[in-house]
Design a protein around this ligand. Structure first.
Ligand SMILES: Nc1ncnc2c1ncn2[C@@H]1O[C@H](COP(=O)(O)OP(=O)(O)OP(=O)(O)O)[C@@H](O)[C@H]1O
Length: 270
């Protein structure tokens, strides 16, 4: 199978010497639900933001759907980025705008500016927006201002907006980090269900290893800007989790699904 996204030797250096990503190479395949875990400051957000070029990589290649993302700019970059949905920790909704309009914003890149300013969204988009909102249990909140919703509800709107964009790849940067446990569970469940229904490839940054094990088809562990685990949830033992979060020398190779993967727990990053 051809990867949807192929990342080669990705490096990100902030300023003079903050090496947030230290040579990451990974292939992601259609339909995978990937969860990225790792300690604070490991480079998870930087990694996910390099993929859609919210952060510009310093070195390396990002081949998404056949195009080199790292080489694109202007209209071409916007067009390619429209194929990648993004869910943010702090939702990034327009607070004063109602729920359905926030969801319809997912289609902004596909309709002329004057139409969006006049609120002239295609009927099909409005229909799908309502269907998505029903799916996440927000059918009664459609005309409510976004800033009147709870955090969990806001994130469910964020999911609908990203899905309405009809992306090939969905990125989620700590989607449940600001939520209480009950809302977090609902959001993860809905994100997972919708991704499967829509046959989306998902890359999700999480701090919660239990959620990673519950939902991921594949877990990537990042530490000090390097991949230190790449495998199926069943292969992630408690000791490996400790190693990812604490640091210990060991090196092994695993087979994750159909993809041969190399696993290096706590490898030396110098
Ligand atoms: N805009 C920036 N300018 C300078 N340094 C940055 C910037 N963003 C991140 N960093 C640094 O890059 C490293 C990786 O940060 P990043 O936010 O990617 O990690 P993370 O794993 O997502 O952490 P967390 O789980 O706490 O969000 C850290 O050392 C961080 O301080």
């Amino acid at each position: 199978m051809k990867p949807l996204l192929s990342i080669k030797n990705l490096v990100k250096v902030y300023g003079k010497d903050t090496r947030a990503l230290n040579g990451i190479s990974l292939d992601f395949y259609p339909g995978e639900f990937i969860v990225v875990i790792g300690p604070s400051g490991a480079g998870k957000s930087t990694f996910i933001r390099c993929i859609n070029r919210l952060v510009d990589p310093s070195e390396g290649e990002l081949i998404f759907d056949g195009l080199h993302m790292e080489k694109l700019s202007g209209r071409k970059l916007r067009k390619q980025r429209a194929q990648i949905g993004m869910i943010f920790q702090h939702y990034n909704l327009v607070g004063r705008t109602n729920v359905i309009k926030n969801v319809l914003h997912g289609q902004l890149s596909n309709i002329p500016l004057y139409k969006s300013l006049l609120g002239l969204y295609p009927y099909e988009d409005k229909k799908e927006a309502v269907e998505l909102l029903k799916k996440v249990g927000l059918e009664d909140q459609i005309y409510k201002r976004a800033d009147e919703l709870s955090g969990g509800q806001m994130q469910r709107v964020g999911i609908c907006r990203a899905i309405l964009q009809r992306p090939k790849l969905l990125l989620a940067d700590e989607p449940i980090a600001s939520l209480d446990p009950i809302s977090a569970n609902i959001v993860m469940q809905q994100l997972h269900t919708i991704s499967i229904e829509k046959k989306l490839t998902c890359i999700v940054n999480l701090h919660q290893v239990d959620y990673a094990k519950k939902y991921a088809t594949r877990i990537i562990g990042i530490k000090q800007g390097k991949v230190v685990f790449d495998g199926a949830p069943s292969q992630l033992t408690d000791e490996m989790v400790r190693n990812i979060y604490e640091g210990k020398e060991s090196q092994m190779t695993l087979q994750a699904g159909n993809h041969p993967v190399s696993l290096a727990v706590g490898q030396n990053n110098e």
